[in-house]
Design a protein around this ligand. Structure first.
Ligand code: PMP
Length: 290
């Protein structure tokens, strides 16, 4: 068995009577992004698009970079990661330990990172994993995360809503696809940083909830969102600290945002059934800023 064979099939934690969360820190590189990295590379290998020794390139706020760096180390690919400079130092160290090369762009400049990735992939013939526009990203969460949630909640109760932040939007869109036919009344609720409320029609701004609110809508179909909850960076951090200290759940800031957004949505809407969210990554990649 290889490390990547252990991706997925994560536990579903009970946060409260109404709130359950996929414990994605169980994945081998510590985040939900191991799912799409494995899925995209497996598909590329199957279709003979890449072979050992080739170079893969991606633009990322970090977790996707860590995930591809891990797969690259496992399978013998060179990995180039383009990311905004203001992402945490721990993330960069993890990628370098796996052997990846990091190319930095300006703080918060995801569009610049994506443009540079496309240019370098084109110029050098590198394999562009294209997470922000890749249908496999949604398909992965539909076929893995979503199917797991369906079977793990079968004996708990009906799902009234999913509430989670969006980076690429792959998780929320894939989860929705898997669940909506079974629970047609289910609400799809996004969460985004209050400092960068782009899905709510506001301006892109700098914020500290790394992994979500990257400045564009990407894979998110705004027509299927029932609600958007805004969470401030400081609130997300505080909720993450409490999850660590009061529940022993060692997770990062976007997990704090997800749990807080879900709690606020439950408080306001008093749903009949349960709400599902995601604990996206482990806290150690934020130690210097926790
Ligand atoms: N939280 C964290 C910490 C992440 O790294 C990401 C992915 N960038 C997300 C949430 C959002 O996931 P998705 O890209 O599927 O919307």
């Amino acid at each position: 068995m290889r490390p990547s064979d252990t991706v997925g099939n994560t536990p579903l934690l009970k946060i409260s009577d109404k709130l359950y969360a996929k414990f994605e820190t169980y994945n081998p590189s510590g985040s939900i992004k191991d799912r799409i990295a494995t899925y995209i590379i497996n598909a590329a290998e199957k279709n003979n698009l890449i072979k050992k020794g080739d170079t893969i390139v991606e633009a990322t706020s970090g977790n996707t970079g860590i995930a591809f760096s891990f797969i690259g180390a496992e399978r013998g690919y060179n990995v180039k990661i383009i990311m905004p400079r203001n992402m945490s130092e721990e993330r960069k160290q993890m990628m370098r330990l796996f052997g990846a090369e990091i190319i930095e762009v300006a703080d918060g400049d995801f569009d610049g990172a994506i443009a540079l990735r496309n240019e370098l992939a084109e110029k050098n013939g590198w394999f562009n994993t294209n997470q922000f526009h890749n249908a496999l990203n949604i398909e992965c969460h539909e076929k893995t995360t979503g199917i797991e949630v369906l079977s793990q909640t079968k004996n708990i109760g009906e799902i009234s809503a999913i509430v989670l932040g969006t980076g690429t939007g792959g998780t929320i869109m894939g989860l929705r696809k898997a669940l909506i036919n079974v629970y047609p009344q289910m609400k799809v609720v996004a969460c985004e940083p209050a400092e960068s409320p782009v899905m709510s029609g506001g301006e892109h701004g700098l914020h500290g909830i790394q992994g979500i609110g990257d400045g564009s809508k990407f894979l998110v179909d705004l027509n299927v969102l029932d609600d958007i909850v805004l969470i401030k960076t400081e609130e997300a951090k505080e909720r993450a600290r409490r999850l660590v200290k009061e529940n022993g759940i060692f997770v990062g800031f976007s997990s704090g945002a997800n749990v807080l957004a879900a709690e606020r949505w439950i408080e306001k809407n008093n749903p009949e059934g349960i709400v599902v969210t995601v604990l996206s990554d482990r806290a150690e990649r934020y130690l210097s800023i926790f």
